[in-house]
Design a protein around this ligand. Structure first.
Ligand code: NAP
Length: 480
């Protein structure tokens, strides 16, 4: 069997390693960029780090005793993936600069075409194309007239001078918060344009000591045990809390955020501007040890008057003020409903993915789509994207995909796709359960689909682990 993996980020690298380990060596990994690394290649903004603990945000089979911090910086995470890919011989299998623009199911195989006209025919496609990778660039009037430097946070212009500059950042999500902590100490003036306030969960980030790292090196089993412990704490704590808005764990999280705001922000006016009008974790919870400290510095300003337009000299807000700027960063998030798109995907009976997903992206157990046989997604729609380490999610999903692939290998099926009825039943149950989650309690966020219903996995992580343990074959349509 021949495979194509699309995307050489965290999930694509994982897929390549696991395919080989399972004895499938005939595959190509297509990557649109010139380097691997996915989100960690594209996001290089100052202050970038992962707010999932380093030892949990690592592959289970590649523990890393060298993590510098409990929550490691982006550059270090990028180097980790690069190192793992090299060690497992994945890099040499990647076709760089090869954007897959079309995948068509024809004659019982997937026919692939890249932007440069490269063609391939494979039995199985694994789409490891990421979740948050299409920048959301709002159409601010006058943006083209800005005389300074303007860019999206995921397209950071490293030639822009920040030291001693007047820097503006639009947005208050996890990205803007990390940028704020890193850039306030460098900028002459810093303006944070807030449309909606965010709850901030405080989280210290100590460095690992040399002694701790030496101990990790001596005892990799210790890392594995620590990772399992972290996973369980996450599972029992945060991920169980967010799916049940009335849970006592949720109340604790809210109280911690409220106390963080009360005890960290001295000026009562600023405190009220920073106080959200919705419940903590309704939007993706922002985790930061020092955002409140940064925004209270004398050179920093929280701007809450709505943005009216962008002018050559800066940002004009509705109160008539012009905020003069040299650099303007759009930390305005991503279009979270894209997944494999804009790749044109044509399944059975000429069904296009655009048509199948005309209302919203739907996938059975977040992995596969009716009418698109032998096409499997890692971190596809409706997975536990908002409440768990995406690495652990992808590892579990890849294990599940390999079990489906065994059916093809053993010739028990030639093509395998979920049935429309199983997918509809899954989607219906998911929609009902999502109404109990904290994400449904009255805020706007990228977790919500076009109907305003959370698109994330609304059950426990243990349930997800259980589902991933063994495919229920009755949910699939197989061609013999
Ligand atoms: P985001 O959470 O979607 O936040 C986008 C921000 O831009 C929001 O504050 C939004 O305001 C604002 N915005 C969007 N359009 C606007 C407009 N037209 N005018 C004014 N403001 C506008 O994006 P993000 O901060 O890049 O984070 C995305 C996700 O990436 C996170 O939720 C997280 O899952 C992930 N992430 C993770 C880490 C980590 O440490 N693991 C770090 C960074 C990002 P509203 O709230 O009013 O819509």
């Amino acid at each position: 069997m021949r495979f194509a993996i699309i995307g050489a980020g965290m999930s694509g690298i994982l897929a390549a390693i696991k395919l080989r380990e399972a004895g499938y060596d005939d595959f190509a990994l297509y990557e649109k960029a010139a380097r691997l690394g996915g989100t960690w290649r594209e996001n290089t903004y100052p202050g970038i780090a992962c707010d999932v603990p380093s030892h949990l945000y690592s592959y289970s089979f590649e523990p890393n005793p060298e993590w510098s911090h409990h929550f490691s910086p982006g550059e270090e995470i990028y180097r980790y993936f690069e190192g793992v890919a090299r060690k497992h011989g994945v890099e040499s299998r990647i076709r760089f600069g090869a954007e897959v623009v079309r995948c068509e199911w024809r004659g019982g195989r997937w026919q692939l075409e890249t932007a440069h006209g490269l063609r391939d025919a494979v039995d199985v496609v694994i789409a490891a194309t990421g979740v948050l990778h299409h920048p959301n660039v709002p159409d601010f009037p006058g943006a083209a007239s800005f005389a300074g430097v303007l860019f999206h946070s995921a397209r950071w212009d490293h030639s822009a001078r920040l030291d001693g500059a007047r820097v503006g950042v639009i947005g208050t999500g996890s990205t803007a918060t990390q940028i704020t902590s890193a850039v306030v100490p460098r900028a002459a003036r810093y303006s944070l344009f807030q449309r909606t306030a965010q709850w901030i969960m405080p989280q210290a980030n100590p460095a690992y000591t040399d002694e701790e790292r030496a101990e990790f090196r001596r005892n990799p089993a210790g890392i594995a045990a620590m990772r399992a412990g972290m996973s369980q704490i996450f599972s029992d704590g945060f991920s169980s809390a967010v799916i049940d808005a009335s849970s006592p764990q949720m109340t604790m999280i809210e109280e911690t955020c409220r106390q963080n705001l009360e005890s960290s922000v001295r000026d009562p006016l600023l405190r009220e501007k920073l106080r959200p009008s919705y419940r903590a974790a309704c939007k993706r919870l922002v985790i930061s040890p020092d955002f409140y400290q940064a925004i209270q510095q004398p050179n920093a300003e929280l701007v809450t008057s709505p943005i009216e337009r962008i002018e050559p000299k800066g940002v004009r807000t509705a109160d008539g003020r012009l905020h003069e700027l040299d650099v303007l960063v759009l930390a305005t998030g991503f279009r979270a409903d894209r997944f494999m798109r804009p790749t044109q995907v044509i399944g059975e009976g000429a069904l296009s993915l655009e048509t199948a997903w005309v209302e919203r992206p739907i996938a059975y157990l977040s992995i596969s789509i009716p009418g698109f046989p032998n096409l499997f997604m890692l971190n596809g729609p409706n997975g536990p994207v908002g409440n768990f380490s995406l690495i652990e999610v992808a590892e579990l999903q890849m294990g599940y995909v390999l079990k489906l692939v065994e059916l093809l290998r053993d010739r028990r099926a030639r093509a395998i796709a979920p049935s429309a009825s199983a997918t509809a039943a899954f989607d219906e149950a998911r929609t009902v359960a999502a109404k109990n989650s904290i994400w449904s309690t009255g805020c706007k966020s990228w977790y919500l689909d076009q109907r305003g219903i959370p698109a994330s996995w609304p059950w426990t992580f243990d349930r997800f682990r259980g589902e991933m343990a063994q495919p229920r074959l009755e949910a699939y349509v197989t061609a013999g």
